[in-house]
Design a protein around this ligand. Structure first.
Ligand SMILES: [Zn+2]
Length: 443
């Protein structure tokens, strides 16, 4: 593919660009991708975690998702027209390379796309780590920065399953890692109710090794909490009575805050702390001190001049974006000292019960409009930390909204929800807006 330099339009990155330039183009039934990406891009901690590793990312093949993804994320609000379309296409192509179902131009399930995207970002990171280790093993003199996966740091969480025999009390425990939780629609309820229902203790059939009894209970708890909890509301399903796929359009209330407290126990670990190193944050240029003597293995043909130019511009965009982003976030490592007004007033009892570690704040959601599974349209509503405003992304159209309007209008269409751990939310928000915390999320 030839890239024309004339299609690349770079604006002054230090200016906040007008809203309309924040949208993503519909390349032909790609609203599922656009709505999903806008939500992911808006997770400020994820954004920073990814872009601060810019120098490592540049060792990836240019077609790798990790690299295409960060290129689009960092320059989305600054470039437009063909340049942006090209970056979007590269993300789509990179996902399609391992999930061929997304290669054409037809409507897809946003949750399936999100899932593939997160899995692939993780796998790309693992490849980067492995290649780095190989290189280091071959040349013991080199010191390498370790790649830290922003998906793992932000979205991963661990659940613990405990099966207990109702006869003799013998139990077994296993743990599983997730990046997203799929919860069932409970009509007329809230996301909190649907989540609580998922964690309800179940009676199951299981033969006990000790007493040969047949009945057990299955209890679920969070073993480790995520920084950002992604919830997928199962609105699409197969209706066995009618023999067709059906969309559930029941109302489900969308609370501003979620509490995971009932689903935690004394062993539940908090999310990864926001540990931006001061040195790196103050001087993003330092990140380039990670020395790789040669680029990691790249499976691509030789680059033409135009492609090289594009790559250089991409690198420049990344460099400036990461500098801006880190400028804003370089004090966040003090998160452990940040408490909201409400929490301070409640004193230490809340901290002791673990309440502080279990509240989550709504930051974005993907909605599916339309009645059919195979048709319809995806949009997203996103809290913008920078401007302290809610935005509705409808492909290239971007408009201002507010949280109460989102909560009222998306009851029947809300599909994927992003909730950020309260401490991370407040830390980012405080840095971004310089405002006091809203005491509206105390449980
Ligand atoms: Zn038993």
């Amino acid at each position: 593919m030839a890239y024309s330099k004339s299609t690349i339009i770079l604006c002054n990155l230090t200016e906040v660009s007008p809203l309309e330039s924040h949208g993503l183009y519909n390349l032909g039934f790609t609203c599922y991708m656009n709505a999903t990406l806008q939500c992911l891009f808006s997770v400020q901690t994820f954004y920073t975690d990814l872009l601060r590793q810019n120098s490592l990312l540049r060792r990836m093949p240019q077609s790798g998702l990790l690299r295409c993804f960060s290129a689009l994320m960092s320059s989305k609000n600054q470039c437009r027209g063909e340049a942006k379309k090209l970056l979007q296409r590269r993300v789509k192509d990179a996902v399609s390379a391992s999930a061929v179902m997304f290669s054409g131009y037809s409507e897809h399930d946003a949750q399936e796309f999100l899932n593939h995207c997160l899995v692939q970002l993780k796998e790309d990171g693992e490849k980067l780590v492995m290649a780095g280790e190989e290189l280091q093993a071959g040349s013991p003199g080199i010191s390498l920065s370790m790649y830290s996966c922003p998906v793992s740091t932000n979205m991963d969480f661990q659940l613990q399953y405990k099966m207990t025999c109702t006869g003799c009390g013998d139990f077994s425990v296993r743990q599983e890692l997730f990046t997203m939780l799929s919860i069932s629609v409970l009509p007329g309820c809230s996301i909190q109710d649907c989540l609580d229902h998922y964690f309800k203790v179940e009676d199951i059939e299981r033969s006990c090794n000790k007493c040969s009894g047949n009945s057990s209970t299955l209890a679920l708890k969070f073993r480790r909490l995520p920084r950002v909890l992604i919830l997928h509301l199962k609105r699409f399903g197969f209706d066995p009575l009618q023999g067709v796929n059906r969309k559930l359009e029941e109302q489900v209330c969308i609370p501003s805050c979620l509490s995971l407290l009932p689903h935690c126990s004394h062993y539940t670990q908090p999310p990864c702390s926001l540990d931006y190193s001061a040195e790196t944050a103050l001087n993003p240029g330092n990140m380039h001190s990670c020395q790789l003597s040669e680029p990691l293995k790249e499976n691509r043909p030789e680059k033409g001049i135009e492609e090289q130019e594009l790559e250089e511009e991409e690198e420049e965009l990344l460099r400036i974006s990461v500098a801006l982003s880190l400028q804003d976030l370089n004090h966040i490592d003090e998160d452990s000292t940040i408490t909201s007004t409400v929490e301070s007033e409640e004193g230490s009892s809340a901290a002791e019960t673990g309440e502080l570690c279990s509240s989550y704040r709504l930051i974005s959601l993907v909605s599916h409009l339309g009645r059919q599974v195979s048709t319809g349209h995806y949009i997203s509503d996103v809290y913008d930390f920078l401007t302290d405003k809610w935005l509705t992304y409808n492909d290239e159209k971007v408009s201002e909204t507010d949280e109460s309007a989102v909560q009222a209008e998306r009851k029947c269409t809300g599909y994927i929800f992003f909730y950020m751990h309260k401490k991370a939310y407040e830390a980012v928000r405080q840095e971004r807006t310089g405002l006091c915390m809203q005491p509206d999320c105390s449980s």
